[in-house]
Structures are given as structure tokens and as C-alpha cells.
Design a protein. Structure first.
Length: 259
């Protein structure tokens, strides 16, 4: 491809709108779309989507930063786990060679599993908090910090292999670890952490030759106005209806990738 592709622009716009409305990370929507609908190689889909996410979430992080809705302590703890885990994961992938059947299977399997967990996080977030909230409130500050670093490491591996996890899964984990923190600060911290995570992972894929620059440009051209429109429409869309539909879609797509 040597030019902007209208279908990719349209896909970016649709995904951008859905991200703006639901808050679910674009990776859980965009990467499967590129693989299953457009036939993009899994490694190229993941790598391109990671840089796409880094660009879009930089804007979101800037807005949250201006609104002072980021807890930088949480961001630093997550990054302390995710950045080394991302580097290690990329090193392992480089040993496999990204365009071999082995790496293809690793990426698609991880993506399918990540989509299942994302769907479950959307469905059972409130129940998880209700069941485990009291237990996590009793954690010592040191234990909470250790679990946050561990959460970052898990997200680093998951996002590096699938581009999925920094949204719904990350937010759910932070809600459980910091149940007394306002949701807006949870979301802001998660978005801020996603910037270095997706940027480091995306640059790693670029160094491995798994980035499609024209595809990236097309997606950004559509998604940036889509996210703005979706964010404005979010207050008018019934979340209790949309989230279960989105979760069911992710379950179906995850099953398609796994089976």
C-alpha cells in the first residue's frame, strides 16, 4: 500500500467512535478487525495497532493531565513492571521471527484469550469489586505497590503479544487494587500508563519490521475524529445496553481466533 485507503479510514472512524463511547481500548476492536476482515498478518496488525494506540492515547493522557486526573504514582508502578516485561517479550518474539507460523500462532492465541478476558472484565467488573473490594482495601501499602507492579508486568506481556489489555483489563485491575480512588483517576492513570507501554512495544515491532506506515496513517485519519464524536455521544448512549453487546462481540471474535 502506498496511499491512504478509504476502507481503513472508515474502520478507524468506527473503532474510534466505539472507543469514545465505551472506553474500551482500540486494540480489542482494531486488531481482530485487521486480521479477520482485511487479512493483515497478525504481527503487522499488532505492531501497527500499538503505534496507533500510542498516538491516540497521548491525546487522552494530555487531557487527563490538564484535568489533574492522573495518579502518577500508579503510572510509575505499572510502568516499572510493564516496560521490562515488554522488552523481554519483544526479545523472545525476535528469536521466533515474527512472520513464522510459530509467532503467528502465539499472537493469535494470545489475542483470542485477551479478548475473552476483556469481555469478562466488561461483564463482571461490578461483581468483582463487590466481592473483593473489602479484601483489597485491607492490603498494606507495600503489598498494593507490589501487586501494581505485577499487574503492569502482566499487561506488558499481554499488550506486547496482542495489543489488547491496557483498556478494560487494566482498568478492572486498578479498580480492584485501588477501590477508594475515583473512577476518573483510575481511567486517567490507565490511559497515561498505556502511552509508554504501547509506544515501547510499537517501536519494538517497528525495529522488527512489522509496521505498516500507510495503514497506520489511514487508521489515525479516521479514528481521531471518531474518538471525539464518540466521546461527545457517550453521555447519550445507554451503557447497560452497549457494554453487554460489545462483550458478546469480543467473545465471538475471540472464539473465532482460537478455534
Amino acid at each position: 500500500m502506498h496511499a491512504i485507503q478509504p476502507l481503513y479510514v472508515l474502520s478507524g472512524f468506527v473503532v474510534g467512535v466505539l472507543v469514545g463511547v465505551t472506553g474500551v481500548g482500540g486494540g480489542s476492536l482494531m486488531t481482530p478487525l485487521l486480521i479477520l476482515l482485511f487479512g493483515v498478518h497478525p504481527s503487522t496488525a499488532v505492531g501497527t495497532d500499538l503505534l496507533y494506540a500510542a498516538a491516540t492515547k497521548t491525546g487522552g493522557s494530555a487531557i487527563h493531565g490538564l484535568n489533574r486526573t492522573i495518579d502518577w504514582r500508579i503510572v510509575s508502578r505499572l510502568a516499572a513492571g510493564s516496560v521490562p516485561a515488554t522488552a523481554l517479550t519483544l526479545f523472545v518474539l525476535s528469536r521466533l521471527a515474527l512472520h513464522t507460523p510459530a509467532s503467528h500462532n502465539v499472537i493469535t492465541t494470545t489475542l483470542g484469550i485477551a479478548l475473552f478476558f476483556t469481555a469478562l472484565a466488561l461483564i463482571f467488573r461490578a461483581r468483582l469489586l463487590e466481592r473483593y473490594g473489602a479484601r483489597t482495601r485491607a492490603l498494606s501499602p507495600r503489598r498494593r505497590a507490589q501487586l501494581t507492579v505485577l499487574t503492569g508486568a502482566i499487561l506488558g506481556v499481554c499488550v506486547s503479544l496482542s495489543s489488547v489489555g491496557a483498556g478494560a483489563i487494566g482498568v478492572t485491575a486498578l479498580i480492584l487494587l485501588y477501590p477508594d480512588l475515583p473512577t476518573v483517576r483510575i481511567v486517567g492513570s490507565d490511559i497515561a500508563h498505556a502511552v509508554p507501554l504501547t509506544l515501547v512495544a510499537g517501536l519494538g515491532y517497528w525495529m522488527l519490521g512489522a509496521i505498516d506506515a500507510p495503514l497506520l496513517g489511514s487508521l489515525l485519519l479516521g479514528s481521531l475524529p471518531g474518538i471525539v464524536l464518540g466521546s461527545q455521544a457517550a453521555s447519550h448512549v445507554p451503557e447497560t445496553v452497549l457494554r453487554p453487546i460489545l462483550a458478546a462481540t469480543l467473545l465471538v471474535v475471540g472464539g473465532r481466533l482460537l478455534f
